[in-house]
Ligand binder design. Structure first.
Ligand code: ZN
Length: 435
């Protein structure tokens, strides 16, 4: 009997321990193993598509699964609702990032897009302050660009803008919905918060654009090479838009041109510079900057000469020397000429042939030297397909040009470079005044 009792006790203890182990296993499995979600659920009221998520970091998986659970119960209460969940794991150097993306649609219109990024190594969410160097002015840099990007998008698409509300929307302290991929850092802006436009828009900043604002350690793992590359864009976007080519002659100037470039960059506006050789020689960094930021560069002769009065040899050297200066600063060979004073004839054209770009809207900025008069002049004379003449060597011209750009944008105009204008409108001649 004594022997038997002992056995029962042992058995009970054994069963108890075994049961507890099973319970622990089940609990820990639920807590730590990623859940298998049903991937494609479709009912009359709602639908969701979820990619099964395994990040390799249990902490991240837990947070994400909890988030998904909440989202699913939210979606199940909706009608005509759709949710898509997707993710991507990227590896830069040896740091893996988990980029989680959730999109919601109501009545098949996209109404929300949410991103969450985690560092897979430590399981922590990535915040703006992990990416940007607090000692830099990154907030203003981002805010300005997000503001103008949204403003110009809304203008181009005839969406009513409340500029104060827009400023608040893109304030970096509230707008930190961003994600990271190979292209750069992408900010998601929900215009539905301030307008009846229900799609979200995304502004991408490339790593080279951001290089001076990024944290040192982030620079290292996010991108192998910080060699800056020229900004390019797809001109198809402009094909059904009212377009204007803004041009600047006589620079670059180390007093005014960089400010102009800063302001154009904020607005994402690309223009064309017709540079004078003597100024280009003195400011190769500005020439390089124009090129990298996606502007067109044409030439305006070496010493601002009236080409009609020169010998054939002089004409050749007035053109070729500036082409060489631009080429050595950028690697790019200009093909556009703006003859000083608009003076051109067949002889000038035949020597070192280039595309001759004149203008059909004159800001008369050199005459008025007054930003408001320039604005008035531009607004009363500019139309679709026009080539507009400014000079980037006066502060008043820079101010007048920027005011004109903002006002033209409000009226639905987009801005293209001369080469883009020719591609869009058709390039059939050697000389243009506008379209
Ligand atoms: Zn000139």
């Amino acid at each position: 009997m004594k022997h038997f009792k002992l056995n029962i006790t042992h058995l009970l203890i054994f069963l108890g321990i075994f049961g507890m182990l099973i319970l622990l296993y089940v609990v820990s499995k639920n807590m730590f193993e990623p859940k298998e979600y049903e991937k494609n659920i479709k009912t009359d009221n709602y639908e969701y598509n979820i990619k099964n998520i395994k990040t390799g970091n249990k902490l991240v998986d837990q947070k994400i699964n909890k988030y998904i659970d909440n989202k699913i119960s939210f979606v199940k209460k909706k009608t005509k609702y759709k949710m898509q969940i997707d993710y991507k794991i990227s590896e830069y150097k040896n740091i893996k990032t988990f980029d989680f993306k959730e999109v919601e649609y109501s009545d098949s219109k996209k109404i929300a897009e949410e991103h969450k990024i985690y560092n897979i190594k430590d399981g922590q969410a990535i915040k703006l302050t992990d990416v940007f160097d607090k000692k830099t002015d990154y907030k203003n840099f981002l805010q300005d660009r997000l503001y103008y990007f949204s403003l110009m998008f809304m203008n181009e698409n005839s969406i009513k803008v409340n500029e104060d509300k827009l400023k608040k929307l893109v304030s970096i302290d509230t707008c930190n919905d961003f994600y990271i991929n190979e292209d750069g850092i992408n900010f998601v802006i929900s215009l539905s918060n301030i307008s009846d436009y229900s799609e979200i828009i995304t502004k991408t900043f490339t790593y080279s654009q951001l290089s001076e604002y990024l944290k040192e350690n982030f620079k290292i793992y996010i991108n192998e090479s910080f060699e800056k590359t020229r900004v390019t864009r797809n001109i198809d976007y402009f094909k059904d838009k009212k377009i204007v080519a803004i041009t600047f002659d006589d620079g670059p100037s180390n007093l005014t041109t960089n400010r102009l470039l800063d302001e154009l960059d904020k607005r994402g506006v690309k223009v064309t510079f017709f540079v004078v050789g003597t100024n280009a020689e003195k400011n190769p960094d500005i020439i390089k900057r124009m090129y990298l930021e996606g502007h067109d560069i044409g030439i305006h002769t070496y010493s601002h000469s009236n080409l009609l009065k020169l010998s054939d040899e002089e004409i050749y050297s007035q053109k070729s020397s500036v082409v060489d200066i631009v080429k050595s600063a950028t690697g790019f060979e200009p093909t556009l000429l703006r003859p000083p004073y608009g003076n051109i004839d067949d002889r000038v054209k035949s020597i070192y042939p280039m595309k001759n770009i004149l203008w059909n809207v004159d800001s008369e900025d050199w005459k008025s030297r007054n930003a408001d008069i320039i604005l008035e002049q531009i607004m009363s004379t500019t139309d679709d397909g026009d080539i507009v003449l400014f000079h980037d060597i006066y502060d008043t011209s820079v101010d007048g040009a920027l005011k004109s750009i903002d006002e033209l944008s409000r009226q639905g105009y987009s801005f293209v470079t001369i080469n883009e204008l020719l591609q869009i409108k058709g390039d059939t001649k050697d000389t243009y005044y506008g379209f």
